[in-house]
Design a protein around this ligand. Structure first.
Ligand code: WTA
Length: 665
């Protein structure tokens, strides 16, 4: 483990380890000769960024009305790209490929976890998306209305997103692993009118339900008028007549013809909630023209996509941004053939991913370091059972990838020949921002390296000055980019405060980074109260609020502690209410309370937020002004001596906590 260990509070802390990594992997001449990307692209973009992006927008998308203006940043920090142009996202992702004679090309090879399969060509997709758009219209959805989507990884998830885009109704996809409570707050925030869900999906060999969480969420009170329910598992579900509608019925009775609604380039395409540094999730808002331009551009060049011959597979769930940009929009806008897999990598056995690669001859694979490290732990035997020679590009996203995992990925999965692209970006950036370009960049394991053509990045010190090569600091984006978020749904002030106030006029990403001696960028992890668990963003404050909402908890502090597989793991420190402590003393209640609290977090937020461990403590380390010093708790959680305790109001607190920790382990 190297850069995983970067102390989130101190970007400098991870530098030592990274400096030891000096290997480079230049592209092979054969790969370079056929690559989509060229070194000249950097120069072309640097000469005139706006002209570069305008060219990409015209080349990669079909506009129903061409734009005359490229970027308008007069309303900074909200940018407008290609604002007087008009287009439709679903038309770009589906119809135009059919019109161009590619209707028979496979768009989606669906692989269900139990082994069932479905193949959707672009022509099939066009029909399904059109029917779904008509069905949503029938249920009262109009251009501009929000639709919440709570689905497993089945083709209907992609179809629903595109159907929404087709009528200009922004979707708000909520990850199926989130709880009813989390779903409810997102439905309320976006004021969704319709929810699309399924009875359930398959996970780890059994059906896991979704519809009951929707019922619970709606019981808490919302303005949702209809729930469209896909039948996936055949589980029994409660049915509310008049509100609930069967997907199959609605699509069957809908016309297969639908005219896509022409929208302005800045029309909102979707809202996607992500964790911030406060307990309240932020609705990140993306619009249409600029977003699609950068998704398509990055998907084509970072993965070297050849739509006629490649089979692409991104393992991300559509509930996260990677599933939006690199399952639904980027690949389909580019006319790619892709695999969509419903389940987990170890069902029925630990070679499931590699079985899928072999079966569909996947040539481009995009996954997260957690997945790679998990497979590494399981051993080379599992990929060794399969012919993986179809793979030619491997991608990584979501967290820093440690050099060992990078090398294993390239050697064991990529046969020692494939380029590996470590792609840095965020829900907010909408698309990849920093990444090597295969065929161009000499790759360095563990580094995302270079801002893409047309993207401007810097690393700043505390004072906001650009650091020299060889130093670390805070990662910022210094100029607007096409797929940038256009704001936080309903909260323009929070948009400014969160991203634009730390360094005036620059977008602060919340990540620490370092420039090496050659100016390449190494990401060092978050520098705020956001954790990264298996590549999923979670806020410490959100989990603390969930813990404190339990009647036995008086106070809670949460930290992300280093974890060899998941990158970070949630570790919670809680103070119980005094009456609970007195009543439970010496009765062996503690382990039951801890189990209850873990389940409580799962039901408030979702199973992914469950703390790995919860430690009951008598006090929390606080400054004299009452601020919890999470940095010290992180030291304890990671098994180190606690750092500088001089600013604590009561310096004996840390001794008590470390003793408690030793006692508990
Ligand atoms: C982290 C996921 C290092 C980072 C696309 C960022 C990474 C957060 C990388 C965004 C990478 C993502 N190397 N760190 N290649 N990619 N991150 O919004 O901390 O779920 O701020 O978007 O993940 O997470 P999000």
């Amino acid at each position: 483990m190297s850069q995983q260990s970067a102390d989130a509070a101190q970007p400098e802390a991870g530098l030592e380890n990274l400096l030891h990594e000096t290997r480079t992997f230049p592209p092979s001449p054969e790969f370079a000769a056929q690559a989509n990307a060229t070194a000249e692209m950097y120069d072309v973009a640097a000469a005139d960024k706006e002209a570069f992006w305008a060219d990409q927008a015209r080349e990669l998308l079909t506009w129903s009305k061409d734009f005359t203006e490229v970027l308008d940043f007069s309303g900074a920090p909200v940018a407008r790209w290609f604002a007087d142009g008009k287009l439709n996202a679903a038309y770009n992702a589906v119809d135009r490929h059919v019109e161009a004679g590619h209707g028979d090309r496979v768009a989606i090879h669906f692989e269900g976890e139990p082994g069932d399969t479905r193949t959707l060509t672009y022509a099939d997709l066009k029909e399904q998306v059109s029917r779904a758009a008509n069905a949503l219209t029938e249920l009262g959805v109009r251009t501009g209305d929000r639709v919440a989507v709570y689905l497993p990884m089945i083709p209907e998830a992609v179809i629903t997103m595109l159907a929404c885009a087709r009528i200009g109704a922004p979707h708000s996809v909520v990850f199926g692993g989130f709880s009813a409570e989390a779903l409810h707050s997102r439905i309320i925030d976006a004021d969704a009118k319709v929810v699309v869900t399924a009875d359930g999906g398959y996970r780890r060999g059994k059906p896991s339900s979704l519809k009951p969480a929707v019922d619970d969420a709606l019981d808490k009170g919302t303005d949702v008028r209809h729930v469209l329910v896909v039948e996936r598992t055949g589980q029994d579900v409660a049915w509310r007549e008049g509100r609930d509608v069967r997907w199959a019925d609605a699509l069957e009775s809908a016309s297969p013809e639908h005219t896509p609604v022409e929208v302005e380039a800045e029309h909102p395409l979707y809202i996607l909630y992500t964790s911030g540094t406060t307990g309240r999730p932020k609705g990140i808002m993306h619009t249409t023209g600029g977003y699609l331009t950068q998704c398509a551009f990055t998907h084509r060049h970072v993965f070297d996509l050849k739509p006629e011959t490649d089979v692409y597979w991104c393992t991300a769930d559509v509930g996260w941004v990677t599933g939006h940009s690199y399952v639904t929009y980027g690949p389909l806008v580019n006319g790619a053939t892709q695999v969509l897999y419903e389940g987990t990598p170890d069902t029925p056995d630990k070679d499931r991913w590699w079985d899928i690669v072999e079966k569909y001859k996947v040539s481009i694979l995009y996954t997260a370091p957690t997945g790679i490290r998990t497979c590494m732990k399981w051993g080379a035997e599992y990929p060794g059972r399969h012919d993986l020679s179809s793979l030619r590009v491997l991608g990584s996203v979501g967290e820093p990838i440690n050099p060992e995992a990078w090398i294993w990925y390239r050697d064991t999965i990529g046969g020692g020949k494939t380029p590996v692209v470590d792609t840095w970006w965020q829900t907010e950036t909408g698309a990849i921002m920093i990444s090597p370009l295969p065929g161009v960049t000499a790759a360095k394991p563990g580094s995302a390296q270079t801002p893409l053509p047309g993207i401007s990045v810097d690393v700043l010190n505390e004072a906001g000055e650009s650091v020299p090569d060889g130093s670390g600091g805070y990662l910022v984006l210094t100029e607007p980019w096409p797929s940038m978020l256009r704001g936080i749904w309903g909260d323009p002030q929070r948009f400014y405060d969160t991203y634009w106030s730390r360094f005036e006029g620059k977008y602060f990403a919340g990540d620490g980074a370092k420039k090496d001696e050659e100016g390449d960028i190494w990401l060092l992890g978050r520098v705020d109260d956001v954790m990264n668990i298996s590549g999923h963003r979670l806020s410490t404050t959100e989990i603390e609020s969930a813990l404190v909402s339990h009647p036995v908890v008086a106070e809670a502090a949460v930290v992300g502690a280093k974890d060899a597989t998941t990158g970070q793991a949630v570790v919670a420190f809680v103070i119980l209410r005094s009456d609970v402590v007195e009543a439970g003393e010496d009765t062996g209640e503690a382990s039951k309370i801890i189990a209850d609290l873990r389940n409580h977090v799962a039901s408030e937020i979702g199973p992914i937020a469950k703390p790995r461990s919860i430690l009951v403590v008598a006090e929390l380390p606080k400054t004299r002004s009452g601020k919890i010093m999470r940095r010290l708790l992180k030291d304890i959680a990671e098994g180190r001596e606690a750092g500088d305790v001089t600013t604590l109001a009561d310096s004996s607190v840390m001794d008590q906590i470390s003793k408690g920790m030793k006692g508990s382990s």
